[in-house]
Design a protein around this ligand. Structure first.
Ligand code: 4AD
Ligand code: MG
Length: 484
């Protein structure tokens, strides 16, 4: 008999039919002559209750049905007599497909710490919290594709191995097949990458943007959605060495269009989660409320998870130029009382995450789009502003900051002038030999265009309320960790 997914059984409400379910045991408890098993197959946050009559089926049939064991259960789907579930399965046959020896299985029917679960990432999707996060991760990915597809954007597959450093920050993982012990050297005694697999030095991409621009300059509107890699040694709750990024790139968009699209995009995918994953979000909402209740009053978030998501969906983001943000920070009591760790606030500085968090969490209490940043702290490809405030050189950049997360999106209008871009590339001593094609886009058929990058895991953190980015990706990669 073909098995039916638990999500389907719980929705069907059809009673007195014979069904087969397969899944993993969450808990088993017994009373006189009956065993009650909570079984889950990942299709929903909810378990299905299996009722086993031990007098008819024998004590032995559930002897090995410990937490974590995999079962195939055939039985009758009946209206439940107990509270807490509408239907349950009255078992006629229980087969243990895979045992889980309770003396050895690391997962027990109790709350485990996040650190413990990371060390047991091969089993953590079996917990309620992680299966919920994984379902939402899937749902958000689907919503992202749907949003762009419905708008006429094309999904462009940018390469994972590249010869260029899109962000120019030098935080790349090298890709090579040269012998690490004994690499060929050139006449300057440096590694001779011309003898490497690709005939040049290559690395894992930090961003698909530059190739995305090739797509936009032919297809109009495109987006990339793939893994990106950064070898920055930041051991924080918001950084991964391997994370997924969504990078739309649009021909004929100015910065204002870019900001409007980014807001519409985020609101769309969050609304999709609210509409399609209510049970998972309810579970996460309660989970977060419990966590918050253990914090000091002044550190507690004022809104619950679902309330926060609704707020973001229903309200415009606050827009503010970088220069205005500096003024807000300078006139804040927080600054005047010397409360920022980095309290020397001045125009031209790169905002620290404490400053960003102050703006979104204390000052505006909502998502904030900061734009027109000083050119010296931003990437080479950003469009230079022409109507600058006197003495202030800015580029048409935008960052979107979220409460509890910090930077969720980074983007800009791109410099479309060949001469201006060439000057920046030359001034910054960037390698022309790996950027020639990027400059060519400005030489032949150039056009105003813009785009942005959304960090997928940071979005999932916001939607799920999970505090650590390592807990929203199935197999996190961070310094000193690449198990699983
Ligand atoms: O601001 P970033 O570096 O922008 C770019 O890469 C541009 N090429 C995007 C574009 O315009 N097409 O990165 C974009 C976003 C950040 O806002 C952040 O959400 C996320 O990517 N991000 C990270 N997420 C997890 N771990 C890291 N180490 C991240 N670095 C950036
Ligand atoms: Mg950025």
């Amino acid at each position: 008999m073909k098995h039916t997914k638990i999500a389907h059984l719980l929705q069907s409400g059809v009673a007195n039919t014979t069904v087969n379910v397969k899944g993993w045991v969450r808990t088993k408890r017994g009373s006189k002559g009956v065993a009650f098993i909570q079984l889950n197959d990942g299709s929903t946050i909810h378990d299905i209750q299996i009722v086993v009559n031990l007098d008819t089926l024998g004590e032995d049939c559930v002897k090995n049905a410990h937490t974590g064991a995999c079962l195939s259960v055939t039985g009758t789907l009946i209206a439940s007599q107990g509270s807490g579930q509408s239907v349950e399965v009255q078992a006629t046959e229980v087969v243990v497909l895979g045992e889980a020896n309770p003396e050895q299985y690391p997962m027990q029917p109790k709350a485990h710490s996040m650190e413990f679960l990371r060390e047991n990432a091969h089993f953590r999707p079996r917990t309620k919290t992680f299966s919920t996060v994984l379902r939402l991760r899937h749902g958000l990915a689907f919503a992202i594709h749907k949003f762009f597809h419905d708008k006429g954007f094309y999904y462009l597959h940018s390469p994972i191995i590249t010869g260029s450093d899109a962000e120019g920050a030098g935080e790349m993982f090298r890709v090579t097949t040269l012998d690490a012990q004994n690499p060929p050297l050139n006449e300057h005694k440096a590694v001779d990458y011309s003898q490497d697999f690709f005939g040049k030095a290559t690395n894992l991409t930090v961003s698909g943007q530059l190739e995305g621009e090739i797509g936009a300059m032919a297809m109009g509107d495109i987006y990339t959605f793939g893994p990106t890699f950064r070898a920055e040694n930041s051991n924080t709750a918001r950084h991964l060495a391997e994370f997924w990024m969504i990078e739309p790139e649009m021909a004929f968009y100015e910065l204002e269009d870019n900001m409007a699209l980014a807001q519409e995009f985020i609101q769309y995918v969050i609304r999709f989660a609210l509409e399609n994953y209510p049970d998972d979000l309810k579970f996460l909402d309660e989970r977060l409320a419990k966590e918050e209740s253990q914090k000091k009053a002044e550190e507690r978030s004022e809104m619950g998870l679902i309330e926060k998501l609704r707020f973001v969906v229903d309200n415009d983001f606050k827009k503010l130029s970088y220069s205005e943000a500096i003024k807000v920070l300078l006139s804040s009591n927080h600054h005047k009382k010397g409360k920022f760790q980095y309290n020397e606030i001045k125009w031209g500085m790169d905002l620290q995450s404490e400053h960003e968090r102050y703006l979104v969490e204390k000052e505006f209490k909502q998502p904030v789009i900061l734009f027109n940043y000083p050119k010296n702290i931003k990437s080479f490809y950003m469009k230079q502003n022409e109507n600058e405030e006197v003495g202030k050189e800015t580029v048409r950049a935008m960052d979107i900051l979220f409460p509890g997360i910090g930077e969720m999106i980074g983007g800009s209008q791109r410099e479309e002038s060949y001469e201006k871009l060439l000057k920046v590339v030359t001034d910054k001593k960037m390698p022309l030999e790996s950027l020639w094609w990027y400059l060519d886009l400005r030489k032949f058929g150039t056009a105003p265009h813009s785009g942005f990058g959304l960090g997928f895991e940071r979005l999932i953190m916001f939607v799920t309320g999970m505090a650590n980015i390592r807990d929203v990706i199935p197999f996190p990669r961070y310094p000193r960790s690449a198990e699983f």
